[in-house]
Structure formats: structure tokens, C-alpha cells
Design a protein around this ligand. Sequence first.
Ligand code: GLY
Length: 367
Amino acid sequence: MTTQQFSLIDQAIHFALSKIELQLSRQPDFPHITEGGKWVYTKDGVWTGGFWAGSLWLAYSETKDEKFRVAAESFTERLLERAGDDRNHDLGFMFYPSAVYGWRIAGHEEYVRAAVKAAQSLAGQFNPAGNFIPGWGFFGGHDWSGSVLVDTLMNLPLLVWASENGGDPHLLEVAVAHATTAIRHHLRDDGSVYHVFKFDATSGAPIEGDTYQGLSAESAWSRGQGWAVAGLAMLAGMTGRTDFLEAAKRAASFVESKLASDPIPPWDYDAVGPDVPRDSSAGAITAFGLVRLATVTGEKRYLQLARSLLEALSTRCLSSEDQESVLAHATADLPHGLGIDESTAYGDYYFLKALLAFRDVDSRATR
Ligand code: GLY
């Protein structure tokens, strides 16, 4: 065996697959976030169910072990009935890693029909006055119809994919319009992003930046930054648009400067101090985005940063034996006291996704 086969990246892939296999034997519902290292489950998959189904598809494509395929199909099928949910901006999170990837791997045509329907439900929420898809509907009894989340950038690849797979060409127009709005208003001059940007829902006029999960309106919530890097890199690759690519590079250059001394992101880039909680899930999402950016641009520096992030996660953030997840030290929502120094379904999914993507690009780059 060569040294390459024993790289930290390969070891982390092996670790993630073994944790996913163990998880399969535990509970018949969707793991969401952990409490005290044990998963909290949801029956319908809330907004995170696609990540568990996606982890199972990744495990199947990597191992060809039939038990992963059977489980991936079962969890994906449980999500399909939610394709018509037209007050949900998270449909890309729910349908891309599950139905779209599942269709690519196993070829089930009903997944395509459901994913296109989910894309239509997402695009149906588009506000043409402001050129955006709002976040959260009426979540928590509050009207969020004028609030736009940076996270939504990562839901737009579903629209682009659907426009090329039987959906209406209008889906692509919605994706481009929303991304253009987000680049104009969420992306700041230094490459950091607002978590939330508020608009007048009737006139569409921009009001101001805000946050829900970050430290303050003007801070850079690290997971939001990760969604921006990854979402923009995917959109740039899928559409070939140079404005999206430039925006992805700006968001990535902010991360580059922040992670130079420590590659594990703090939960918010403006939260400082040695004991500040980290967000490994932000690191995993960012790493995935950087690998995508490296493939779109051919620039090695993005791959180098992805490597340093993934190696740091692989040495400092793997869960212990009594923790049920793959990746420890995530922070789900610090301001609301949720999942601090715990694990998340999205952190686990993007960690494995980024490791596999990095390995495949890196092995091509070094062949
Ligand atoms: N809603 C997406 C996130 O918490 O990252």
C-alpha cells in the first residue's frame, strides 16, 4: 500500500462510513442534531432529512453495499411527499442530496419527478417585486416574507438542475434572479455575507442587513459564509456565469483570510477568544465549496485551503466512541441555545461529501 492510501483524508472517509453504518442500526427516523452526543430524530426529516438520505447515498456509492442503497431509497422516498410544500425555502437542502443524487446513482425516475416538483414549489415562492425567494414563511409566528437568508443560495442548484431535467426554463431565471439579488445585497465589500437581508415584501425595496443565527447584523456568521461559498461555487459551475464565479471567489477570499491561523471556523467569524465555540459544520460546508471552486477555476489555492480544513476537521473534530455522529464540535444556533458543541446532519453530510470530492479532485490533480 502507498502512503496515499493511508492519508488523513482516506482515514476520515473510512471513519465516516463506519459511523454511518452504525447509525443505520439505531433508529428508523431522520437524525437532525445531537443533544449530549445522541441524535434527536424527526419523522418527516424537517429541513435536514435530505442530508441523512444523502449520506446514505454517498455510503452506497462508495461501498456498493446493498444495505446502504436500501436505506437510502427508504429515506429518500419518505421525503418525496413533501415536494409540494410551497412555504419552504429549504427544498433544495431536502431534495438535492437525496432525490437528485439518488437518481444519478440509482436512476429512479420518480425521484426526478418529485425533485422537479420541489423545484417548482421553491420557485413558486419567488417575489418578483424584490427578485428573491423569502426565508422561513411564517416561522415562529413572525412574518418573514421580506427576509432573505443567505442559506437560500445553497437551495438554488435544485432550480438550475430542474430546468435542465424536465422542469420549466423559468426555474433557471428564478435561480439567476435570486442569486443576483443576494450578490448585490448579502455580499459585502470584504467578501463576508449578511445572514439575513430585509426587504419591503410589497415594493421589493431593500431595507437592511440582519441576522438570526449570527452574533450581530454586521457580523459574519460562519455557516452562512459556508453556504455562500458553496452555493455560489455550484451555481457558477452549473451556469457558467462569471458574475457568480467572481462572487464565489470574493466569499472564499474572506474565508481564506479568516482561517489562515486556525482552519476550524468559530461559530461566527466575529466571535473572538480562545474558548469561543467552533462550528465544524461551517468548516465542512466551506471545504465542499472550496473543492467546487477549485474544479471550476482550476486554481490550486482553493484545493490547498480545502485540504487544510479537511485535515483539521479530521484530526480535531471526529466524534468519540460514545457520540453517535461523524463530526463533533458543530454549533447549530448559538443565539437560540441550540446544538452548541454538538453535531448536525448537514455537518456530517458535507464532511463526507467534501472528503470524497477532495479525494477525487486531488487524485486527478496528482495523477
Ligand atoms: N438553516 C440553515 C442553517 O442553519 O444553516
